[in-house]
Design a protein around this ligand. Structure first.
Ligand SMILES: NC(=O)c1ccc[n+]([C@@H]2O[C@H](COP(=O)([O-])OP(=O)(O)OC[C@H]3O[C@@H](n4cnc5c(N)ncnc54)[C@H](O)[C@@H]3O)[C@@H](O)[C@H]2O)c1
Length: 424
């Protein structure tokens, strides 16, 4: 088997240092009298960030980026006072301004970019208003709650193409994903026929002990008015990566869901399972649940020549030993001695080569992966780099999740992409 060499060990310090080349470029421009932030309305030497929604993810983002010299968190906003107050500790800025009305953040003239880390139903409203106010936008995933929001968001991002709009599908920047993309493009896995996406946890998702007036709003993951449950919240990460590699979209989806364990008044299922049929006939399974974590979170691609599994920043690659239909596939196998049209003996066992295991340090660290996605965000703002997690591709990932969601809410009825897109 051909060896795949991967030198991807980067410490947090080196990683931050590497990122500072962006700052150096910006500083150089400033010294020449040019604005450091080329497309923003002001000329700050750092990107001033306003963070709207300072809960769990907002806090993780702030902790991951507080060492970054390219940005400064100048404004915080949350409607829940304990979360807002706690966030103050993560900014590294004792002059940070605090707000409870998110529109006030957009009014700050010296704010260059907004981080939207509120519940899903608010992403689009806040992101569009921020673009209208001339701010760059980092919005958490998914892109929007329904088709109407997705369409409005795409139109606004296209209208404000001078500003950066980037969605927080951070795994899209994974080195492991890049390697899978290369394997698939080179034909090394042969013809892909199936994929599997899992996002499995053992946790209730329900926050206890909240003041009654905040209970529903902070337990937003449980209710239809705020998000699409497991599908728009977690499976969306996995299908996003698979779509990126395959370069196709689902034609239809059929999903089932049940509330198996947590009969506490929630509206969203705690267990879902189903399948997508892709435009080119590839079949994919999606599962997620909140009562068993054994399968972990990740995805796999199965092809005529091999299989790749991507879990938590580690790739496992297996090659098929018996590939009796290689002649019809018409792609030469790169990693074994199997020749096109060759039929191997059925008795050969096991059927797969041992897994080639490759771990990618940054991909496997939630903090470093978050820091990396903000490095990309800064790069888009400062250097005009095109966002990788852009409005078009993130709308597609959101549609794939919505197709599964609507089917799961309709007892597994198959929903086509056209039906979901027509929903508005
Ligand atoms: N990319 C990732 O890996 C990742 C991980 C976790 C969460 N997320 C996403 O981040 C977002 C937030 O998730 P979370 O886990 O932090 O939820 P959370 O409930 O912990 O935090 C959301 C915060 O938004 C605040 N909020 C609600 N309405 C508001 C309003 N009108 N104005 C200002 N603040 C408001 C809430 O008070 C809360 O503090 C979600 O979209 C989620 O899908 C992404």
């Amino acid at each position: 088997m051909k060896e795949i060499k991967q030198d991807n060990k980067v410490s947090r310090r080196e990683f931050v240092k590497q990122g500072s080349t962006v700052l150096a470029t910006a500083a150089g421009l400033s010294a020449l009298g040019a604005p450091a932030i080329l497309s923003a309305q002001n000329v700050n030497s750092r990107i001033n960030l306003g963070v709207i929604g300072t809960g769990s993810r907002g806090g993780s983002i702030m902790r991951a980026i507080r060492d970054h010299e390219q940005s400064l968190i100048t404004d915080l906003c949350d409607v829940y006072p304990p979360n807002l107050e706690e966030a103050r500790n993560y900014t590294g800025n004792d002059k940070v301004r605090m707000h409870t009305d998110w529109r006030k953040v957009l009014e700050q003239k010296d704010v260059d970019a907004i981080v939207v880390s509120t519940p899903l139903y608010l992403h689009v409203q806040m992101s569009i208003a921020a673009l209208e106010a001339g701010k760059h936008v980092f919005s958490e995933k998914s892109m929007g709650l329904n088709m109407k929001q997705l369409n409005q968001m795409l139109a606004a991002a296209q209208k404000h193409s001078d500003l950066v709009y980037l969605v927080g599908y951070q795994s899209r920047l994974n080195e492991s994903l890049k390697m899978v993309r290369e394997l698939v493009e080179a034909g090394s896995l042969g013809r892909i026929t199936q994929f599997y996406c899992h996002f499995d946890r053992n946790q209730t998702w329900k926050k206890e002990g909240l003041p009654p007036e905040f209970d529903r709003q902070l337990n937003w993951r449980l209710y239809k008015e705020y998000c699409g449950g497991l599908l728009t919240e977690v499976v969306t990460h996995e299908i996003d990566q698979v779509l990126d590699v395959l370069g196709t979209m689902p034609k239809s989806a059929s999903f089932y869901g049940n509330i198996m364990i947590y009969k506490d008044g929630r509206e969203h299922h705690d267990s879902i399972m189903g399948s997508w049929e892709m435009e080119d006939g590839v079949l994919g399974v999606g599962t997620a649940h909140l009562s068993n974590a054994s399968q972990g979170s990740g995805w796999s691609l199965l092809g005529t020549h091999g299989t790749v599994e991507s879990y938590g920043g580690t790739l496992k690659i297996y090659w098929e030993k018996q590939a009796r239909h290689l002649d019809s596939v018409g792609i030469e196998h790169k990693f074994t001695t199997i020749k096109l049209g060759q039929s191997l003996k059925e008795s050969e066992s096991p059927n797969l080569t041992p897994a080639k295991v490759i771990t990618f340090d940054i991909d496997s660290s939630y903090d470093l992966a978050t820091a990396r996605e903000f490095e990309h965000f800064y790069d888009c703002i400062l250097n005009g780099v095109k966002p990788i997690m852009d409005a078009v591709s993130c709308r597609n990932s959101s549609i794939a999740a919505l197709m599964a969601y609507h089917s799961s809410m309709d007892h597994g009825r198959r929903y086509t992409r056209e039906q979901v897109e027509a929903m508005g």
